[in-house]
Every structure is written in C-alpha cells, then in structure tokens.
Design a protein around this ligand. Structure first.
Ligand code: SF4
Length: 217
C-alpha cells in the first residue's frame, strides 16, 4: 500500500549531466556507510576515515565534486545513498514519522527533465529506494527516541567514545556484540542493520532505566 503522498504524480529523466553530484552536502546514516564500505572493500571505520568528513558527510574533491564521481558518472551507483536516489524528489520526515514529498528545484543548467509521468511510488521503486528509506526511517526513529531520552531529568549528557562510535559504525557494533555472545555475525547487511538497531535500542532502554532509577532514589 502506497504511503500518503506516494500516489502523487512524479517523474524525472536523468540525462547524466552530473551537476547534482557537485557541491552537495550528503549525510550518510550507518546503513549507507556500511553499504558504501562494502563497495570499496574496506571496513566502515576505514570508509569513514577515507571517504567522509567528520565520519558522516560524503567527502568532495577540491573541485566540489563528490569523491565517487568518475568520468562516466557515479562509480558507486548500486550502493549510492538515499539522497542520490531521491534527487530531485524531496522526502521530508516529521518528528512524528509522517512523510511528505516535494519537487526540488534541481540544479541550474541541469539537463534532467521532469516528466510528470508515473507516481512518487513508481519513482521510488525505480531508484531502489525501499531498503534505504526503511533504514533512514529506523535510524531517524531511534535518534528521536535518543533525543527525548537525553532530555529526561538526570540523563547523563555524554556518550562514551565506544557508544558514539557504535551509533555510526554498524559493523563494529555488530561484530562486538556477536563476539561477546560467542556467535558468528550475520553476513547479510539487512540482518546486520536490524541487529545494529536492536543493539542501539537495548542500550537506550538500559540508559533510560538507569536514569529513571537514579532519579527516583
Ligand atoms: S554517490 Fe554517486 S550519485 Fe551520489 S553524489 Fe556521489 S557520484 Fe553522485
């Protein structure tokens, strides 16, 4: 069943001018980092070191081009982040999780064209956006819950370095948890993503329990 807004008309033809791959600030969630890291054959932490700014922003070259833009276009097309899949469709998620879509202005001089043929749902499908929107929504939901938790009276203000790193590094968190439990980590990235969110949820729950018990002593 299409979500509200997905039945709206939307169509866009990309003509590979690659203007939208320049001078963009693209934020990556842990799932996107893990996928791109696999495409480069490196760990998530090595990927963040080499291909991001501050661990979360996709790096650019000196000319402002995305670090993955090659002469023939995107060199990580199969693993490109959600922002690249959606563009020039805007997807806006409210704090309560409701989603709306908009038509972005596009790059000045772009060779691409809006067609109005098909629907938002068709466009999302054609871009293989499903696993990426699910991951984005799950991490956003966790982030909102974590923000509410940190606003609770008595909540510890800072994460430890390991906790902060585990939020961004799906692979490290999953490997550590599975090693501690004496089992093999799942190879499938979708399974690893779900386990990563379980780990983050459990950690948040523990934190809330501790904060509330401290507060009631
Ligand atoms: S990841 Fe690919 S599609 Fe996205 S900005 Fe970089 S080159 Fe363009």
């Amino acid at each position: 069943v299409a979500a509200a807004g997905e039945v709206e008309p939307f169509g866009y033809v990309c003509r590979r001018c690659n203007l939208c791959c320049r001078n963009q600030r693209i934020q990556l969630n842990p799932y996107e980092v893990a996928r791109l890291a696999r495409s480069q054959g490196v760990s998530a932490s090595a990927f963040r070191e080499r291909f991001t700014v501050d661990g979360v922003w996709l790096a650019q070259t000196e000319t402002g081009a995305c670090v993955f833009l090659g002469p023939g276009g995107c060199t990580v097309h199969a693993d490109r982040p959600l922002a690249c899949r959606l563009y020039p469709l805007g997807r806006h998620v409210r704090d309560d999780g409701r989603v709306r879509f908009s038509r972005l202005a596009g790059e000045p001089g772009s060779a691409g064209a809006y067609t109005g043929e098909g629907t938002v749902a068709d466009y999302l499908e054609s871009q293989g956006a499903g696993p990426f929107t699910r991951a984005a929504d799950d991490y956003f939901g966790w982030w909102m819950a974590a923000s509410r938790a940190s606003a609770e009276p008595g909540s510890p203000p800072l994460l430890s370095e390991t906790e902060a790193n585990d939020i961004l590094d799906l692979d490290a968190a999953v490997e550590r948890r599975c090693a501690a439990e004496g089992r093999s980590a799942p190879a499938d990235l979708e399974a690893r993503r779900r386990l990563h969110l379980d780990i983050l949820d459990q950690r948040l729950e523990r934190r809330l329990t501790l904060t509330r018990s401290d507060h009631h002593v």
